[in-house]
Design a protein around this ligand. Structure first.
Ligand code: AVJ
Ligand code: FE
Length: 403
């Protein structure tokens, strides 16, 4: 993914919002060295200065370009060296020891997922480059293996109220913010069968949704004014009702049957109000996702090889939830109505800076996972979060209604 990106572009700051690509790369290596080499074996660091340079909390993203970071070649050498030492330590440790960090291989799952998360972040950075057409994304999105059957799907499904269990206790790879499992009681609700498509979202745009302050929250309207939002990021109006979008450096006709992506929470919330609906809570989303079978074989549509969401209604059948909800995983991250917080009984593990320091009303929860999310990080209980103004991530949404 990174190799075709010109060397200077891997070093430079593509956007105020993002790190230089080779910062992300070496940060992956630093995290791996910290947890899989230094913590497990007591070995000393490659370079103690990296504890400052590659600690995400020490320097905001826009500062990282002025740090003495490794160049693309140096970053590759560093991550390869760390991987060799991490594998050597793995030969020595016992995964069924009493140490909760090692039990079931938890810390390995944590580091693998961390790498995948930064891979997705780097893809978002590459998408932000307006002058670089990534060769792997050439020729349009990969053709889905399955005919889309969106026309035959109902618009939404009814989920009868009741008591449900959300969160997990026994998934070794789950993060602290997904624990503990707990019961919730929900009223009956309806939820969209598929994420909101470009076709549906275009109607909102064409109907003047971005000009009608009544559809937006106060904070959302203020941001819409300040940022001059008129359509999802990367859309361009080509004429009456006609739009194109830029995808990895190429302009293409807006694919109407794909999930809308690159919208912020405020846009999703305004669309939902316009359509007489609301965003689902994260609890409703997780309940609606029950029964989606996410083992690797069912996830051929997910992962970065597609370079775009799949058409509505083309999801692998096994990934449809037991309620008949489609495309919860592998298309777009879905904004929910919920602020990021800890479940009842939350305990930070193994460090507060993964989740806990982000708990609070300034972050909204996203659920599911996008086409750019590695299948190893897709699960029903996974919780992502971001500021409600962010849209460089592969974010979309679906709507819900009270029943
Ligand atoms: C879970 C995607 C919000 O990228 O900020 C990466 C994951 N944590 N390095 C992020 C993460 C530490 C995190 N998100
Ligand atoms: Fe990180």
């Amino acid at each position: 993914m990174l190799d075709p990106v010109p060397f200077p572009d891997q070093l430079r700051q593509v956007s105020e919002l993002m790190s230089p690509l080779c910062w992300d790369l070496a940060h992956i290596g630093h995290y791996e060295e910290l947890w899989l080499v230094r913590t497990l074996s007591g070995a000393s660091p490659t370079n103690i200065a990296y504890d400052d340079i590659y600690d995400a909390f020490k320097h905001p993203r826009r500062e990282r370009v002025s740090l003495p970071i490794l160049d693309p070649a140096g970053a590759r050498e560093f991550v390869a060296d760390v991987r060799g030492r991490a594998l050597a330590v793995l030969d020595e440790v016992s995964l069924d020891a009493g140490d909760p960090l090692l039990a079931g291989g938890f810390v390995y799952g944590m580091v693998v997922q961390h790498e995948h998360q930064h891979d997705e972040t780097m893809l978002a950075t590459v998408q932000l480059m307006d002058d670089f057409a990534h060769p792997a994304a050439d020729g349009g999105p990969a053709t889905p293996r399955r005919e889309a059957d969106a026309p035959r799907l109902p618009a939404d499904v009814l989920i009868p109220g009741g008591t449900f269990t959300v969160g997990v206790d026994d998934d070794v790879w789950a993060y602290d913010n997904e624990r503990p499992a707990h019961d919730v009681t929900l009223a009956s609700f309806r939820i969209d069968t598929v994420p909101v498509t470009n076709r549906a979202y275009r109607e909102f745009v064409e109907a003047g949704g971005y000009e009608d302050g009544r559809l937006w929250t106060d904070a959302g309207w203020a941001w819409r004014e300040e940022a001059g939002l008129v359509a999802p990021q990367f859309w361009r109006r080509e004429g009456e009702g006609a739009w194109s979008r830029r995808r990895f450096g190429r302009e293409e006709d807006l694919p109407l049957d794909e999930a809308v992506q690159h919208v912020c929470w405020y846009e999703a919330d305004a669309y939902a109000r316009w359509s007489g609906a609301r965003l689902p809570t994260e609890t409703e989303w997780e309940v609606a996702a029950a029964g989606a079978a996410l083992d690797g074989a069912n996830l051929w549509h997910a992962g970065p090889h597609r370079w775009a969401p799949s058409p509505a209604g083309s999801a692998p059948p096994a990934t449809v939830s037991k309620w008949g909800v489609h495309q919860l995983f592998g298309d777009v991250w879905e904004w929910t109505a919920t602020d990021f917080g800890g479940y009842p009984g939350f305990g930070a593990f193994p460090y507060r800076e993964y989740s806990e320091v982000f708990f609070g009303p300034e972050y909204k929860v996203l659920r599911g996972g996008s086409w750019a999310t590695h299948p190893a990080a897709l699960r029903t209980s996974f919780r992502n979060w971001d500021f409600p103004i962010r849209r460089q991530i592969f974010s979309g949404f679906r709507c819900a209604r009270d029943a």
